[in-house]
Unconditional design. Sequence first.
Length: 194
Amino acid sequence: MKSATFSLIAIAMACTSMVHGFSTTPLAFTSHSTRVSSSFSCLAAAKGFGEKPAASVKKEKSAGQVDRDTKAQNYDDIAASGGQEYRIFVRMFGSDDMSWLPTGTIAVPRGAQVSDAIYANEAGLKTGILRSYEKLKGQEAEFEFGYNLKLYPDDPVEVAIKGSPKSSGPSIGNWLSNLLSPIDASNVPPPSSK
């Protein structure tokens, strides 16, 4: 008797599931992805077998990584304050204009010279170039740097010229400019701010 009751219950359950398959209940109109995602979430919650992996230990940053992070923050600060961003390129000295290789970007405050910023970071640039382009190893003395605005990547690359050291006294160019100027402004007081 118990087995007959049990079999009747099993048949009734099978029939109700078949009825839901062909009926117009809201269950029949649910999207397939909803049903799949609910079953997938059950599978994703499974813990699995074996031991848990060891907790990951954070490595301390190396001195080089700390330096790179500091320079990246400096770059972001200059770019956010309205400085110009430039793409830097390298080629072998005297090569044609189609041989420029991209090496990175640099942010320069307004009013500063890009060439001065490039050559101030020349050692770091060379190590980065050699890391990216291993075939250039041993030819570091023949590198020629160039740049263009990051905002206009289609502009031609301008050669970065290493600047001469600044003189502490008045320059001859300024003296000649003042000498040949048609306006004598030596006795004119500066404008007062009100």
